[in-house]
Design a protein around this ligand. Sequence first.
Ligand SMILES: Cc1cc2nc3c(=O)[nH]c(=O)nc-3n(C[C@H](O)[C@H](O)[C@H](O)COP(=O)(O)OP(=O)(O)OC[C@H]3O[C@@H](n4cnc5c(N)ncnc54)[C@H](O)[C@@H]3O)c2cc1C
Length: 358
Amino acid sequence: MNKIAVVGAGISGLSMANYLEKHKIDYHIYERRKKEDLAGHGFLIPQEGIEYLTQIIDPDLLFEHGSFLKKYIQYSHTGKILAEKDLNNVFAISRHSLINLLSRNISPEKITYEKTVIPCDRQKGSLKQPDGNYIEADIAIISDGSRSRIRKSLFKDEKMRTVRENEVVNIIQDKEIANSIENDFMKFHHDQGGLTFGILKLSHDTILWYSQFDNEIYQISECSSHNLKKYMLEVFEDWHPLVSSIIQKSSYENVHLWCVYELEELNPFHTDNIVFIGDAAHPLIPFTSQGVTSALKDSHVLTKHLVEENNITEAFKKYEAERKPEIETHIKNGRTLLNQFLLPIDQHTDNILPISYK
Ligand SMILES: Cc1cc2nc3c(=O)[nH]c(=O)nc-3n(C[C@H](O)[C@H](O)[C@H](O)COP(=O)(O)OP(=O)(O)OC[C@H]3O[C@@H](n4cnc5c(N)ncnc54)[C@H](O)[C@@H]3O)c2cc1C
């Protein structure tokens, strides 16, 4: 097998490495961040994602680090139940835990941290490090996230646009609050639309929460954690007491402010010896809850075709043909869910679950 470089050690890069390990294919990962530098947010993962994850992570270990959610409950902002739906194996886990679990099977010599990879303008299909040294590889698997610099440099005409939604995501450790709620996915909605607060219990003492803002009405700019907390308290002041107590008691040290972007049109998933996976191939908006599952499926499908095909270009083509239609469905569903989010609650349709299914 050819020499493989993986750029980015997020969910897609690390899951790719796990699949390559399974098939005893050699690779090296280059990651920009420091090893210990992990942002504080987390994920909602539908059943299909769990099926792919348990192919590469010990299920017992995985289930110890997160929790299955029983029901989705949609509330008004004051706490009146508007709708409920049973959930089928939807799992919640922190990003920190998932990255740690995915890193366990990767030996330290196969990953270099604090190494930013940049494209080389002069030589088609080649990548280099900021010190000018080339990355030596026959295949480059690019998993450098939704705002991929490498994708942008190769597809110069691509257009990214801001999505009419920003998200604040945080994790709070508080036994009392965690004890007071069930293992459900609770989501509170402003009557007029464009503002929600979601709560997911991760463990007996930890909760993941997120709020979604219509950014044409609520303008949150990059600001200090102190100001962000103040803003959150003002906006959610008259909401259900559970919401305001979570906002009040959270530490904002690792809070994540997500300014969401999408590609106007998807690019090809490959060019020359370079192939894109995860958000680098196809940024997905938050409403889909499909970013992690799609990253896992990309890695799985790409590995399968690399193993089965002698010709790299054929393997890349088959990977793209298998993955792109499903991604297009999630993009379409994501836009429908975004439009619904912007509407007053009494104009929502019956499909209440904020997860895209293919
Ligand atoms: C706040 C938030 C909440 C989310 N919630 C959910 C959810 O509930 N469910 C869900 O399924 N998805 C969710 N997502 C989406 C999900 O995080 C992504 O779809 C998923 O992580 C895809 O991972 P990735 O590896 O492709 O990209 P990323 O996780 O972005 O990883 C990219 C990696 O590449 C590294 N990198 C970047 N540039 C370079 C470079 N030039 N050289 C080397 N390394 C580089 C970065 O440091 C990073 O480690 C959420 C995302 C955010 C931001």
